[in-house]
Write a protein that binds this ligand. Structure first.
Ligand code: DX5
Ligand code: ZN
Length: 221
């Protein structure tokens, strides 16, 4: 029921392939890949060639988080290099509905991310079309930031909105500042897909992932 999507932004790129194998062996459910364009967010991270080269290292689905202005332009390219799920930012798409439709037409799952200041209400007329809502729990652009506690209200709002619109509730992903200390309250708030970068890749990857899996088990009880 709960899924863990480790963010490779916090990985050691000199040994990225090895770390991906470790993450898979430790029981991660997917791989979160943060693509930043230096325009929608201040930093540039990595793009298609890196994704393409790690595609053969793991069988885990690739969860690609595009922090990119007008991502509509790149949907086919990310499909071609191995994305299984693409999340675009509501704030970065002039035509969000077309972008979501295109992702699905290309054979992938579609997610929509909301910056901390963007209300869940923004998704009212397309919530039935999206497979996942990504609730940003930090402002996008950097790993290792502090979780914004006010965001804990948003997963509940996503569920209410789906109910109001009479559609199935999409998966609810949370991303930014998630640790073994705050994971309990985050699961309680209703998120079911957890992105974690720093708290997976710093120190012992296997032990860190076991910690998250344990929290998932406790939340189900
Ligand atoms: C932030 C990225 C996150 C980031 C999370 O812009 O979207 O995925 O890598 O990193 P941590 O878990 O370190 O906050
Ligand atoms: Zn991310």
């Amino acid at each position: 029921m709960y899924q863990l999507s480790p963010s490779i932004l916090a990985a050691d790129f000199a040994v990225l392939g090895e770390q991906l194998s470790q993450v898979e062996a430790a029981g991660a459910d997917m791989v979160h890949i943060d693509v930043m364009d230096g325009q929608f967010v201040p930093r540039i991270s990595y793009g298609m060639p890196v994704i393409e080269s790690i595609r053969s290292v793991t069988k885990l689905p690739f969860d690609v988080h595009l922090m990119v202005a007008e991502p509509y332009r790149f949907i086919e390219d990310f499909r071609a290099c191995g994305a299984d799920l693409i999340t675009v930012h509501a704030e970065a798409c002039t035509h969000l509905h077309s972008t979501v439709t295109k992702i699905k037409r290309c054979g992938m799952k579609a997610g929509v991310a909301l910056n901390p200041a963007t209300p869940v209400e923004f998704l009212r007329h397309i919530i039935g079309e999206v497979d996942m809502v990504l609730v940003m729990t930090v402002n996008p652009g950097f790993g290792g930031q502090k979780f914004i506690p006010g965001m804990l209200k948003k997963p509940g709002r996503v569920m209410e909105l789906a109910k109001e619109e009479g559609v199935f509730c999409p998966d609810i992903q949370v991303d930014g500042g998630i640790t073994l200390e705050n994971i309990g309250e985050i699961l309680k708030a209703g998120a079911n897909n957890i992105v974690a970068g720093t708290s997976v890749f710093s120190g012992d990857i296997k032990k860190n992932i076991s910690g998250f899996k344990e929290a998932f088990k406790n939340a189900v009880k």
